[in-house]
Design a protein around this ligand. Structure first.
Ligand code: ACO
Length: 318
């Protein structure tokens, strides 16, 4: 099992901030409803930045903030469900933008809101073959959000977070990810149709979600993952510096905190600023927490993702 060091992190978002008040003019909703039901006050929606642009910006921040020589990166993994293209991968586009060597291993992971956790778990194992791995969660969810559906459009935002790791001294424990209900409560049809020889256009479909079912799933797996990581590590909650869960809804975190009797101050939450950015949410929150000096790269932190698939996963870095 590989131990890791986190060398750097960074995040980026589109320049276009969209408040709840802005959404009031698009769908029948209100700032108060969105804040009370989700905790979200703001999100960033891309006008011309694509997923690779945000991923690149977040990577530059991670390299710059911690003065890392980009030529030492030998592997790039991007977690996303909204890539620029079906192929090439976002990771390849980032490699090109960074001007890195063609021998850098590049690939994308689609694990929806659990994507960054899965990418980190894979990266940790790849440290036997690669020295410095750039892991990015990046999304332009606005591509697949239906801005006529108030049930979903108020929840999501665009953004990217990046982390650079190498072999080191911090043990990393992980919860593997159960998968239930592949396509009933949270999905975007996208290219589901086969077209045979017809060459007919396949119209991409918007994200659809049964919010209450996903809410119940999220509470259950967040609680289970925290409990399992504590049990694996033989640690008490007091020994954990910070829990950084997927930023989907403030109420999900509050519910689990109450159930497990964990003070809310133990969680890092920035859903109010970014909304739900799917695979980008955990690395954005991690970099935001470092920037706000809530944690350092030596802190004992739990990172937990959950979302479409249904998927979930967590890591404890100690
Ligand atoms: N503004 C005003 N009213 C609204 C809005 C809105 N934006 N959206 C829904 N409503 C209405 C509904 O129509 C409903 O009205 P009705 O009672 O007249 O039918 C009422 O508000 C209550 O709706 P609910 O869906 O029951 O509201 P709920 O409290 O469950 O909150 C929410 C909805 C925020 C979506 C919640 O269910 C949730 O957060 N679910 C989990 C989302 C999540 O965790 N996603 C993570 C994965 S995302 C991914 O993987 C891509």
């Amino acid at each position: 099992m590989n131990n890791i060091n986190i060398l750097g992190c960074g995040y980026a978002h589109p320049s276009n901030a969209v408040s709840n008040y802005d959404l009031e003019s698009i769908v029948e909703t209100s700032h108060d409803w969105i804040v009370q039901r989700t905790g979200i006050e703001n999100r960033y929606i891309s006008e011309d930045e694509n997923t690779s642009d945000l991923a690149y910006q977040a990577s530059l921040q991670a390299l710059k903030n911690h003065q890392i020589d980009r030529s030492t990166i030998d592997c790039i993994i991007v977690a996303t469900m909204t890539p620029d293209y079906i192929t090439p991968s976002v990771a390849c586009l980032v490699r090109d933008r960074l001007g890195l060597d063609q021998h850098v291993l590049c690939f994308d992971v689609n694990g929806a809101c659990s994507g960054f956790i899965y990418a980190l778990q894979v990266a940790k194992d790849l440290l036997n073959s690669y020295q410095r791995i750039l892991i990015i969660g990046s999304e332009t969810l606005s591509k697949i959000v239906d801005f006529t559906d108030r049930n979903t459009c108020v929840l999501f935002g665009d953004g990217a977070g990046a982390m650079i790791i190498e072999k080191g001294s911090h043990e990393i424990l992980q919860v593997s990810n159960a998968i239930e209900d592949s396509k009933h409560v949270l999905y975007a049809d996208g290219l589901k149709l086969t077209k045979g020889l017809s060459n007919q256009d396949v119209t991409p479909q918007y994200l659809k979600m049964e919010g209450t079912d996903v809410f119940r799933f999220a509470i259950k797996v967040l609680e289970e993952t925290i409990t399992e990581l504590l049990s694996q590590s033989n640690k008490t909650i007091d020994e954990i510096d910070c829990i950084i869960p997927h930023q989907a809804n403030y109420r999900i975190i509050k519910h689990v905190a109450k159930k497990l009797d964990i003070p809310m101050s133990k969680f890092f939450i920035d859903v109010q600023e970014f909304g739900n950015t799917s695979a980008a949410s955990v690395p954005i929150a991690y970099a935001d927490a470092v920037e706000k000096k809530r944690i350092t790269h030596d802190s004992c932190v739990m990172l937990i993702g959950f979302g479409a698939g249904l998927t979930y996963g967590g890591v404890l870095i100690k």
